[in-house]
Design a protein around this ligand. Sequence first.
Ligand SMILES: Nc1ncnc2c1ncn2[C@@H]1O[C@H](COP(=O)(O)OP(=O)(O)OP(=O)(O)O)[C@@H](O)[C@H]1O
Length: 255
Amino acid sequence: MTPDYDIALKVNQLSLWYGERQALNNIDLQLPKNHITALIGPSGCGKSTLLRCFNRMNDVIDGSRMEGEIWLGQHAIMQPEQDLAALRRRVGMVFQRPNPFPKSIYENVVYGLRLQGVRDRRILNEACERALRAAALWSEVKDQLGQNALTLSTGQQQRLVIARAIAIEPEVLLLDEPTSALDPISTLVIEELMTTLKQHFTLVLVTHNMQQAARVSDYTAFMHNGQLVEFDETDRIFTSPQARRTEDYITGRFG
Ligand SMILES: Nc1ncnc2c1ncn2[C@@H]1O[C@H](COP(=O)(O)OP(=O)(O)OP(=O)(O)O)[C@@H](O)[C@H]1O
């Protein structure tokens, strides 16, 4: 069946092994453009592994091996000759713990543009402001752009890292438990931010927090033992899941 939304990422029969251990088992999935998809499931089910496939981060893990296809738009990203730097310009990533560079706020945000060879100060300044505004951080830091990023609070650092990721205008933003190191207020700020960012980007969110998945995501994929058990609109996953395993998980019977 053809879905009634545009597809940003398409996964066909994807399997992944770490050595002998199979971590992903024959995943088929289509992630809608300009929406937030949450990946949920019990610890060790393969959420982060699947997320890391989308920018080929698993490549650096010794002994990992993948089969299947992933399409970013019209572009197959699994070929050995894939330029990984080019892929990661199109697919940005934010981790559990904010990881700003020990540089100024400004230099953190324009880092990716500088790597691309952008030298024009006016272009860098505009991109910096645009990204910080989009990351809901501009009003807090606009008078201290030269300050070391490590002096910001953890919640501000996470928004800075998001600004750094979106400054180079990727198509997809991968978020691996982006609020698990944050207090409840900073968590809410990031959740609101995610819902505004989807106007411009496709977001994929790994979260342990089912309330968070229910609050912010449009679609939810429930994984178990390396399999994709169910993918649907978030409301349907949480109100009328089709699979018994999904129901057991969301009602707290396991995981
Ligand atoms: N670098 C690695 N080397 C070997 N095995 C790994 C590696 N990373 C993950 N695994 C294994 O792959 C399986 C899936 O792990 P993954 O981290 O993707 O799950 P997860 O659902 O994100 O878990 P969690 O919610 O605890 O973060 C687990 O059995 C894990 O032990």
